[in-house]
Design a protein around this ligand. Structure first.
Ligand SMILES: [Zn+2]
Length: 76
């Protein structure tokens, strides 16, 4: 079989977030996060801050830039 366009399984989707309490930045997979359904706002994901244990809300990262150069990954 040949993959024409590669998709991303839900659990492999990557999110980033910044802790509002201590400014720690994290990147995590959806499978590592808690997924919440909100009737008004749709779904959102959260993880526990590894530094101060506050809740960090994730923003989904689009994968296309990562596949090529990795420039958009905020590793620095
Ligand atoms: Zn924190």
């Amino acid at each position: 079989m040949e993959i024409i366009k590669r998709g991303v399984p839900p659990g492999e989707r990557v999110y980033t977030g910044v802790c509002r309490n201590c400014s720690t930045e994290v990147r995590f997979k959806r499978s590592e996060a808690e997924v919440h359904e909100d009737q008004r706002d749709g779904e959102f994901v959260s993880v526990c801050c590894p530094v101060c244990h506050s809740l960090i809300y994730g923003t989904e990262q689009k994968m296309k830039s990562a596949l090529f150069s990795g420039q958009d990954w905020r590793d620095r």
